[in-house]
Write a protein that binds this ligand. Structure first.
Ligand code: SF4
Length: 322
């Protein structure tokens, strides 16, 4: 197989470490921040129950008591990475809930505080595609002129019937619209998708990858669907009404998706882990390294790599076009 020289790694896909090395010449670490946001799908604006897989607890910090300031959270995160990874450069990652869901002045104050920390070279902001008004994009563009700025957009699936089943309270058009309004700027887009969603066939998941391959996005995070206690999905699982995907099918599907995505798309994540205290299933997802190794092995077995079946962007950026 041939792979692009810029991958600069031993993988058969363009991983995040390679991107950081290409961009900055060193490893970069994301420091997670819980800035106290909520979500319109939880506070009653769009709904109160949230997505069926979302535990709704927020970060561990939030559960421990009053949230430390953004400055304090970044300082603690940096201390950890400096001690354990000899890290020197950091992205401030506004991770918990919907991190663009507040008045513009509050957003600016929080982002400014993060960007003002020594060692912070950029921002990552996790949000919903329907929670991205133009003034917020304009604000993020101001940072993106001089720093790495990532918007982490939750899509999960390109199929509206799935989004409805998940109780996402937005459709795929909202995502395509957000991407359209971001395109041409310097903000980079990382899209989150989930493999193993209820009611979706392998072909449905591949269609999501095909749609993403035609959109001007920069990175993808692929998550395994986790069944967690206290969620609607977890409840369904405990009642025996739903069966998680097997690891074998997960690995096969992730490799199919990688083959369809363009070779220059940064792969920021290939599975999901964590939530040990409320984790129900699938049991294989608790062993992240085993999943990653199985994906590597499957790509070798296929003699394949990311982009192997990428067909180009010639149909424009609308994935709904025929
Ligand atoms: S949009 Fe995100 S934070 Fe809001 S309910 Fe869904 S998963 Fe939870």
């Amino acid at each position: 197989m041939s792979k692009p020289a810029f991958w600069n790694n031993q993988k058969r896909y363009y991983d995040l470490k390679s991107y950081w090395r290409n961009r900055f010449g060193c490893n970069v670490y994301k420091v997670p921040i819980d800035a106290g946001f909520t979500c319109p799908n939880r506070d009653g604006n769009l709904g109160v129950g949230g997505c069926i897989y979302c535990d709704g607890r927020g970060s561990l910090l939030r559960r421990e008591g009053p949230l430390p300031s953004v400055t304090e959270q970044i300082r603690r995160g940096m201390d950890y990475y400096r001690k354990h990874r000899q890290a020197g450069r950091f992205i401030a990652y506004f991770q918990t809930f919907t991190n663009t869901y507040a008045p513009l002045e509050r957003l600016k104050s929080l982002y400014d505080e993060a960007m003002g920390q020594e060692g912070v070279i950029g921002l990552a902001v996790g949000t919903r595609p329907d929670c991205l008004p133009d003034p917020v994009i304009d604000l993020l563009e101001t940072y993106a002129q001089t720093h790495d700025v990532w918007l982490e957009l939750g899509l999960q699936s390109i199929h509206d019937r799935t989004l409805s089943r998940l109780n996402r309270k937005h459709d795929a058009r909202a995502f395509v619209d957000a991407v359209g309004r971001l395109s041409g700027g310097k903000i980079q887009i990382c899209t989150h998708i989930i493999v193993g969603l209820p009611g979706e066939s392998r072909e449905d998941m591949i269609e999501t990858a095909r749609a993403l391959s035609r959109l001007p996005i920069d990175a993808v995070k692929i998550h395994a669907l986790l069944y967690l206690k206290g969620t609607a999905l977890g409840e369904l699982f405990e009642k025996g009404g739903i069966h998680p995907m097997t690891m074998e099918i997960y690995v096969q599907t992730v490799c199919d998706i990688l083959e369809i995505l363009p070779p220059d798309r940064v792969i920021q994540r290939l599975t999901a882990d964590g939530y040990r205290d409320i984790f129900l299933a699938p049991s294989w997802a608790a062993n992240k390294m085993a999943v990653l190794n199985a994906i590597d092995a499957e790509l070798v077995r296929r003699d394949s790599h990311q982009g192997m079946r990428f067909v180009g962007r010639d149909k424009g950026m609308d994935p709904f076009e025929a």
